[in-house]
Ligand binder design. Structure first.
Ligand code: TYC
Length: 95
């Protein structure tokens, strides 16, 4: 049973994580668009669309990554927002 379980784990795809942005009332829209271009490799049209979805729906998925990359994106974006004194928040959750 243990060997079977180990083999199954090795064959499984690694867990994926949704990385998303949360809305707030203070972060400028342009800054959010810049973040989406810089950290999530979106073009300006895609970035504007995702930013507006966050603005109207409260949150939107910006990308899907393995655990390590998702966690790094979250840390980089939150640090970048803090460095620019904006309250923008990035989070991730397992798909
Ligand atoms: N709601 C912000 C505003 O009106 C814009 C915004 C969009 C903020 C997306 C955060 O993740 C965000 N300036």
């Amino acid at each position: 049973d243990i060997v079977e379980e180990e083999v199954r784990e090795q064959l499984e795809e690694p867990a994926k994580y949704h990385v998303f942005l949360l809305n707030d009332d203070y972060t400028p829209m342009d800054f959010v668009v810049e973040v989406l271009i810089q950290f999530f490799n979106k073009n300006s049209d895609q970035a504007a669309e995702i930013m507006l979805k966050v603005h109207y729906d409260g949150k939107a998925i910006c990308g899907i990554y393995s655990a390590d990359i998702a966690q790094t994106k979250v840390e980089q974006v939150n640090q970048y927002a803090r460095d620019h004194e904006h309250p923008l928040l990035c989070r991730c959750e397992q798909v």
